[in-house]
Design a protein around this ligand. Structure first.
Ligand SMILES: NC(=O)c1ccc[n+]([C@@H]2O[C@H](COP(=O)([O-])OP(=O)(O)OC[C@H]3O[C@@H](n4cnc5c(N)ncnc54)[C@H](O)[C@@H]3O)[C@@H](O)[C@H]2O)c1
Length: 511
């Protein structure tokens, strides 16, 4: 059902009725006095409550001060998750419906925003204006322009936004990043285990309607009605409607995985084309339930992810193979088959990295047989022998040899079983959030990371809607001030005995 509701209407109603001005932020930050960073959670639905269960109650040096949601059942449910039976917490952790009132009244250092995508920009901007460090869920904002405004606001306020791309804090992904990274400065002792990557596949496949149940008998209170101006189904199932979620599968799911490709390739994509549609559910949603896209990244020699190659065949031109090369990313997300699940696969000429949130794996390519590579000297008899004996077909099409789970220190995975990170990755991302606030450092998943993932996801959405290839304008990443590094990683190392075996690489070399 269409309504006359617009995002701008929401902004008008989101504050207190009187449109309270934002108070200046509490200063100095409270952790200067008591070592704990005082945090409030805005949005306590699905993801907000997950943060309340894990990161916001489990991370070191966090003190949860207040929770805020405009929908009472989520406000109460999120609060219960956070306080449990702890009487002190039940007394101290406050509940709010209006985040502006909360910013006004509570002494907080930072906020955690887990509200629907169309609200990220106004709430983030208000919180930065109020002098708070921000954790905002992905996708950073509804439009590229809004994301850029957030980046500018960070620069103006001297604050930053950590975006909810939690793979950046997953030790398995960080270890995989170290394995794939080709960094000249550490090239002597850290082999790139997968060689040159020309192709990446990533997918998020599931088999359900992605729709949440709505209590048809629920009657909104007058207080809730001040904020909720759309039918309850739209409020609860906002991700199925373009006006709230921008890109549906693209901004809810693909953005995580495009963040991974940006991170591993050390550069954003240059262009994208794709196809999508509501092909299966046809239940009133207006975001696609079936998308297939191709992204192109260009890797230049100046990029630390550039992999310089040796010739693999006498016919190759060494100069040409070491010029900028293209990496193609095939991305799909569907809602009618879950066989392939969610993950990213980086296909290199020496090996493959398979990344999923519970566990990451590395595979080695088989040693390539090269019956025809005779240094340019063609000997008719040996070529004929290779063909007639079948040896020319020896190159296996399947990766074999070393197929190992990446085991990082502290995980509980045992031989092929998924790794349960100890602690939960949500705890890791919020421990890092607090540490960066206290150290006045900038987070790994900073606002530029969020901007880049948003540009990739929204450009893909645009390509599908307009039915054409979108060339992504490099000016979208340009600012007239210094911006944080979006490519950092922390190598946690690997459980001894699972380091890659020193096999001679069939293709490429560090250099
Ligand atoms: N990082 C991840 O893996 C991950 C996973 C799921 C969701 N998310 C993200 O988390 C965000 C929330 O998703 P969700 O699934 O929790 O949605 P949800 O609908 O379950 O929860 C959103 C909550 O925000 C509340 N809300 C809306 N406007 C508000 C306002 N002005 N002030 C206070 N509360 C307000 C809603 O009432 C609702 O309770 C989205 O950006 C989503 O993309 C991230």
């Amino acid at each position: 059902m269409k309504t006359s509701f617009s995002r701008r209407d929401f902004l008008k109603t989101a504050g207190t009725a009187a449109g309270v001005a934002i108070a200046a932020g509490y200063s100095p930050f409270s952790y200067a006095q008591n070592d704990k960073v005082r945090v409030a959670a805005i949005g306590t639905g699905g993801q907000g409550s997950l943060h309340l269960r894990y990161g916001l109650t489990g991370a070191k040096d966090i003190e949860l001060v207040a929770v805020c949601d405009v929908y009472k059942p989520h406000l109460d449910g999120g609060w219960e998750q956070a306080v449990g039976k702890d009487e002190t917490k039940r007394k101290n952790v406050k509940k709010y419906m209006d985040y502006r009132e909360m910013l006004d009244k509570e002494k907080i250092d930072a906020v955690v925003i887990s509200t629907p995508l169309y609200t990220h920009h106004p709430i983030t901007m208000d919180c930065l204006s109020a002098g708070k460090y921000v954790f905002c869920e992905k996708t950073l904002a509804y439009t590229v322009e809004e994301c850029r405004e957030v980046v500018k606001k960070c620069n103006d306020t001297g604050l930053w936004v950590q975006v909810g791309h939690q793979r950046r804090y997953n030790p398995g992904y960080n270890r995989a990043m170290a394995l794939a990274a080709y960094r000249p400065k550490d090239s002597k002792d850290k082999p790139n285990t997968i060689g040159r990557i020309n192709y990446i596949t990533a997918q998020w496949h599931r088999n359900n309607d992605w729709r949440r149940p709505v209590d048809k008998n629920y009657v909104l209170s007058d207080e809730e009605k001040k904020f909720i101006k759309v039918p309850l189904d739209e409020w609860i199932n906002w991700r199925l409607y373009h006006k709230f979620s921008a890109g549906g599968l693209m901004t809810e799911l693909a953005c995580h995985q495009l963040d991974v490709t940006n991170w591993f390739l050390n550069t954003p994509p240059k262009r994208v084309m794709g196809f999508g549609g509501v092909d299966y559910w046809k239940d009133g949603r207006d975001v696609d339930d079936n998308v297939l896209l191709a992204y192109e990244y260009e890797v230049r020699p100046s990029n630390p992810a550039f992999y310089a190659m040796d010739k693999r065949s006498a016919f190759q031109d060494l100069r040409k193979i070491n010029q900028p090369y293209t990496v193609r990313v095939e991305y799909s997300s569907i809602c009618s088959n879950a066989k392939r699940g969610a993950g990213e696969q980086l296909h290199g000429d020496i090996g493959t990295l398979e990344l999923t949130e519970p566990a990451c794996f590395k595979y080695r390519e088989p040693a390539a047989a090269k019956p025809f590579d005779s240094g340019g000297v063609v000997d008719a008899k040996s070529v004929a022998n290779a063909i007639t004996s079948g040896k020319s077909r020896e190159v296996s099409t399947k990766a074999e040899g070393e197929n190992q789970q990446i085991r990082v220190p502290g995980d509980t995975g045992k031989d092929g079983k998924p790794i349960e990170m100890l602690p939960h990755v949500d705890v890791l991302q919020f421990e890092s959030f607090v540490k960066d606030i206290k150290a006045k450092a900038v987070p790994k998943a900073n606002q530029i990371v969020g901007l880049m993932a948003a540009i990739a996801a929204l450009s893909g959405e645009k390509a599908m809607r307009e039915g054409k290839t979108i060339d992504i304008d490099p000016a979208l990443y340009a600012f007239d001030f210094k911006t944080p590094d979006p490519y950092r990683f922390d190598d946690p190392g690997e459980v001894p005995g699972t380091e890659p075996k020193a096999k001679p690489a069939p293709a490429g070399k560090k250099g």
